[in-house]
Design a protein around this ligand. Structure first.
Ligand code: ADP
Length: 395
């Protein structure tokens, strides 16, 4: 049996997250994060087994950090690295699945950059640096949007003049596709249902959050749209607001588009509602202590999530299970309990003990006897990216 190792790279504008994924081992041999790249405070942290290390790299850019990360990965892989999988945020309509990086794929990522100006250029920097440093190694791009390219036209069109879609790509794309795909496949495995005959609602709840309706292994609808701002309440993002809010704030407060954009992306969500924090742990502790803003933020978060899941149910012929994942979905029994409480018509009842047990990476079913199925399934985007990379190496 072959024994392959894939380095998974996720480049942000000033950071690189990386993990070495072995095809048969559940834990990563190496994982780490380079942060504040391009600044005097650039720093690289990594972990091999339980051993954590840190290295200051003042002024290091993506290429400098990657040229340090590669030997680390090669060593952790026992000198045998088989490929690199890159997370790319936006694949526009160019990509319905992962692709081996070549000129055409690079051009597709460039062409989609306008739709994700903060993310795709950073992803490209990572890919180009990796190609230069490791020219002999196969590189694969895995897109957050690709899974949702199976949405029907009535799910992805906004009701705006059609030329905006045809000429300017204005439509819903959806994100977190790698996570929704991974957890729905895992849920099918865990329950013994065939992926190609199974129907799921999935809630990925992290700093960014989205819901997805998955039928027979395909995304049929999702809550994020043209950008990751649409849909649920998130850590600092508002999710859905009345689109007229922009003109209202411009005319009443004289705010510029940039100011409104900043407010909706960085100062809203849990942070904006609570006035306290974007972190669900802080919100929940403050709610328990009677903090009004935190209580409101918690309730709005769960109600809007329930409402989104109820809406997503339109895309399903039946429901085999509701899946919670992401930092909040995997760890907050309270968010799960309050969300199903808001979903009265689904007749879901949780088993309180099972719900409390499924935290910190523990997967399982948490419904009470006789209730529709509810599952906690830890996501693993790095593994899914590695699996996609391996599948293309096999072709
Ligand atoms: P990202 O989207 O950055 O990958 P994560 O999936 O790691 O984020 O999720 C981060 C969120 O998970 C934060 O809001 C954090 O508060 C929340 N979280 C982590 N652990 C817990 C916990 N025990 N209870 C509630 N929320 C938690």
């Amino acid at each position: 049996m072959s024994d392959r190792n894939i380095l998974v790279i996720n480049c942000g504008s000033s950071s690189i997250k990386f993990a070495l994924v072995h095809e048969y081992e559940p834990t990563f041999r190496l994982q780490g994060l380079a942060e504040r790249l391009g600044s005097p405070e650039a720093v690289l942290q990594w972990q091999v087994g339980p051993e954590k290390q840190i290295k200051d790299m003042p002024g290091a850019d993506h290429q400098a950090a990657l040229s340090f990360i590669l030997p680390l990965a090669q060593k952790a892989a026992g000198g045998h690295l088989d490929g690199i999988g890159h997370r790319v945020v936006h694949g526009g309509e160019h990509f319905t699945s992962a692709g081996i990086v070549n000129d055409e794929v690079l051009e597709g990522i460039r062409a989609s950059a306008q739709l994700a100006p903060l993310h795709n250029p950073a992803n490209l920097i990572g890919i180009e640096a990796a190609i230069e440093l490791f020219p002999g190694l196969p590189q694969v791009a895995v897109f957050d949007t690709a899974f949702h390219q199976s949405m029907p036209d009535y799910a992805y069109h906004y009701a705006v003049p059609e030329f905006l879609y045809k000429e300017h790509g204005v439509r819903r794309y959806g994100f977190h596709g790698t996570s929704h795909r991974y957890v729905s496949k895992r849920a099918a495995e865990m329950t013994g249902l065939p992926v190609e005959d199974s129907c799921w609602l999935s809630a990925h709840l992290g700093n960014g959050s989205s819901t997805c309706a998955i039928v027979n292994g395909e995304s049929r609808d999702t809550s994020m749209g043209m950008t990751p701002l649409e849909g649920l309440v998130m850590g600092t993002r508002s999710g859905d607001v009345d689109p007229n809010l922009h003109s209202y704030l411009a005319s009443t407060l004289g705010w510029s588009l940039d100011q409104i954009d900043n407010m909706l992306n960085r100062d809203s969500g849990l942070k904006g509602l609570s006035g306290l924090s974007n972190d669900m742990r802080t919100i929940y502790e403050a709610k328990k202590a009677g903090h009004q803003g935190a209580t409101l933020a918690f309730n709005v978060f769960c109600y809007r999530l329930a409402k989104s899941l109820a809406g997503m149910a339109c895309a399903l012929p039946r429901l085999d299970g509701l899946i919670f994942t992401g930092g909040i979905g995997e760890n907050s029994a309270a968010v799960r309990a309050q969300t199903v409480e808001f979903l009265k018509l689904f007749n879901i009842k949780l088993d309180a003990e099972a719900n409390a047990r499924c935290v910190c990476g523990v997967a399982g079913e948490i419904q009470a006897a006789g209730s529709p199925r509810v599952m906690v399934v830890p996501t693993n985007e790095e593994r899914q990216i590695a699996l996609d990379t391996l599948a293309l190496l096999d072709d």
